[in-house]
Design a protein around this ligand. Sequence first.
Ligand code: GZL
Length: 336
Amino acid sequence: MMMSRMLRIAAAIAVSGALAACSGSAASPSPKVYTYKDMTVGFIQTGSESGWRAANTSSFKETATADGINLKFYDSQNKIENQITAFNQYIQDPAVNVIILAAVGTTGYDDVLKAAKAANKVVVIEDRRIEADASLYYTYIGSDFDKEGNNGAAAMCTALKGMSGANVVEIGGDQAASAAIDRAKGFREGIANCTDESIKILDTQSAPAWDPVQGKAIMESDLKKYSGQIQGVYAHNDELAIAAIQAIDAAGLKAGTDVKVIGFDATADGFKYLISGEMFADIECNPLLAPQVYKAALDALNGVTGQAAWVPSQEGQFFASQGADALKAILATRKY
Ligand code: GZL
């Protein structure tokens, strides 16, 4: 009697265990927690057009090495069509689980973003904003270029303070890039608010792919066409500002005295021209974005939600009026 009861209990335990296993009610494995060593990143960089870009590339390569991230790097040579090719390569690469884009332009990425989403690849946009449905990427980490343009305008208002009817020429970056589009927009918003003088944009031209050789040619042409009429130059990055200064000097004028030049990026080269007084102001743009971008990508892999659609970079501005010694001391602390 006892034996048959024992057998019935044993059988019941065996059946319930089997049922639990079948029904999955047994403890399911906890989800994998990704670390940086699990990340293989396909990084689509614009090119190598400026000191800013070199510092941005270094940030991603050095941080990847430090964190043990497997980084695949693609230089797009400033061509959007190359970025589409690279995107498709990384989508098809089974090893790549994160794609990071530094966009050459603002449009043309919808199809590859949709394909990356369908392939369950994490996408993070760094540096420049793009015109695309924000649900197609995890987040955008980059500067507020419109605000940078506002700051550039305020600096120009200060530079030309008290001049009635001051004239400015603009040397723009690649006109496809949101950095150039928004710096131009922010400048126009800002000069409208100059209190002491009215500033007129006499001429505006863009340097394709941010090419400083083109930038210098634009300045040389402006100096001939508007001889004696130019009080300020608004250049969309330091290389274009320095090219303008070289053209101004070659024309027998003194940058910093006869013509006030505003640049962007605040690179080491830009600082040299602030220290010499040839550049009036340099609006900082932060290229050291890799730690923030990689962390966002890791959060995405680990299913973290609630990420902001845009995380604006923190940055400042520098003026020749701070003085050579103070600027040299600041430059000594900077990484680019
Ligand atoms: C700004 C970046 C711009 C730099 C240029 O975030 O996109 O691109 O200002 C670079 O130097 O070409």
